[in-house]
Design a binder for this molecule. Structure first.
Ligand code: ATP
Length: 329
C-alpha cells in the first residue's frame, strides 16, 4: 500500500515582476504585472512504505516545491496529495509527528547553544516522553557517533558535524517518512558515505520511507532503489537506475589498460574512442555487442586489464534532461 500518493499535482507561483530602474518602479506602482511560474505541473506518483526514492532534476525543476507540498508547508494549486492517509497542508499534529523535512541548506539548530539544547526543545515540541527521548537520542548518537558533539556550541561545529546534528534533531521523534532535500550538500566524501550508511540503517531499522533530492549521483547510486526525474515541473522518468541506463544509453564503457602504447587507428574499429592516453583507453561500445567486442580486444591486443562498465549515471541523467523524455516503465 502506498504511503505517499500524489495525483495530478500542480503548484504555480504568481510572481510579481517589474522593469528595472526608477521608471519601472513607478510603473509597477500604477499597474502591477504578474508572471505565472509553473513549479510543479501535473505530477503523479505513488511511494510504498520502506522505499528510498531519489528525486532528481536540474536547478529549478520543482523538487523542493514538491517536497514542501508533501511536508505540508505549501498548498497545492491543484491535485491531491496524501501522506500516510493525511492531507499534508492540514498539518494535523499526528501527521507532523510522523514526518520530517531536512533541508541541507537550512538549519534548525540554535546557533549559539550546543545541539543538545535543540534536541531538548524538540522533545517538548514532539511531546516525547523521557524514555522515548533518551532511547531515540541514544540510538542516533550511536549511529552518527555524536557523543563528542552534543555539548559543543553549534557555531563551532564543522559542516559535516552540524549535518549529523541536524539529522538527529529532525529524527528524534522517529518519523516514518523522511523528506531529505540535499542532505549531503557541501560534505566531503567520507562524511557523505557516513550519511549514506546512516540513512540506510535508519531505513532498514524502522522501515522508514525516504524521498531525497540530491545533485550528487553518489547519493543516488548508494541509496536509491528507484528514481523520479523531474524537469520543468514534469516527471520525465519513474523507475530504477539500471532500466534508465538501458533505455537512455544503449552503450557500455570499455576501460582498457594495454601493455604497450596503442594508437587511435588501432582502437577505432572496436568502438568510439572517448579517451586515449598511451597505455590506457576508454571506448564506448554498443550495449548488445559489448561482450563480443571485449573478447575481440582480448584476442587481438596485448591487454593488461579490461573492464566493462555502465555509462556514468551523470551522463545518463544529463541525456534525459536534454532529450526531454523517457518512455515510462
Ligand atoms: N516562493 C516562490 N515564489 C516564486 N517562485 C518560486 C518560489 N519557490 C520556487 N519558485 C520557482 O519555482 C521553480 C521550482 O523551484 P524549486 O525550488 O522547487 O526547484 P528545485 O528543483 O528544488 O531546484 P534546485 O535544485 O535549484 O533546488 C523555480 O523556477 C523557482 O524559481
Amino acid at each position: 500500500m502506498s504511503v505517499i500518493s500524489v495525483k495530478n499535482l500542480r503548484k504555480y507561483y504568481e510572481v510579481h515582476y517589474k522593469e528595472p530602474g526608477v521608471w519601472g518602479s513607478i510603473k509597477s506602482l500604477i499597474s502591477r504585472k504578474y508572471r505565472l511560474v509553473k513549479a510543479v505541473d501535473n505530477v503523479s506518483f505513488e511511494i510504498e512504505r520502506g522505499e528510498i526514492v531519489g528525486f532528481l532534476g536540474p536547478n529549478g525543476a520543482g523538487k523542493t516545491t514538491t517536497l514542501k507540498v508533501l511536508a505540508g508547508l505549501l498548498y497545492p494549486t491543484e491535485g491531491t496529495v496524501s501522506v500516510l492517509g493525511y492531507t499534508p497542508f492540514e498539518r494535523h499534529p499526528e501527521f507532523l509527528k510522523k514526518i520530517t523535512l531536512v533541508m541541507g541548506q537550512k538549519n534548525q539548530l540554535i546557533w549559539d547553544l550546543p545541539p543538545m539544547e535543540t534536541f531538548i526543545l524538540n522533545k517538548t515540541i514532539y511531546e516525547l516522553s523521557e524514555k522515548e527521548f533518551s532511547e531515540n537520542l541514544q540510538e542516533l548518537t550511536e549511529l552518527l557517533d555524536l557523543n563528542p558533539l552534543l555539548k559543543k556550541q553549534v557555531r563551532k561545529l564543522s559542516l559535516g558535524e552540524r549535518m549529523k546534528c541536524e539529522l538527529t534533531a529532525a529524527l528524534l521523534h522517529r518519523p516514518s517518512i523522511l523528506f531529505l532535500d540535499e542532505p549531503t550538500i557541501g560534505l566531503d566524501v567520507t562524511m557523505q558515505q557516513r550519511i549514506h550508511k546512516f540513512i540506510r540503517e535508519y531505513n532498514s531499522r524502522h522501515r522508514a520511507t525516504v524521498l531525497l533530492t540530491s545533485h550528487y549521483m553518489q547519493d543516488v547510486v548508494a541509496l536509491c532503489t528507484r528514481i523520479l526525474i523531474i524537469n520543468e515541473g514534469r516527471i520525465l522518468y519513474d523507475g530504477d537506475l539500471n532500466t534508465l541506463s538501458e533505455k537512455i544509453a544503449p552503450y557500455k564503457i570499455l576501460r582498457i589498460h594495454l601493455s604497450r602504447p596503442a594508437t587511435l587507428d588501432e582502437l577505432s574499429p572496436y568502438g568510439l574512442v572517448e579517451h586515449l592516453n598511451t597505455h590506457r583507453a576508454v571506448l564506448r561500445v554498443s550495449r548488445s555487442e559489448a561482450p563480443a567486442t571485449a573478447s575481440n580486444i582480448l584476442k587481438n591486443l596485448p591487454i593488461h586489464d579490461l573492464t566493462i562498465e555502465e555509462p556514468p549515471i551523470e551522463d545518463v541523467i544529463a541525456r534525459v534532461f536534454t532529450e526531454g523524455k523517457v518512455e515510462h516503465q
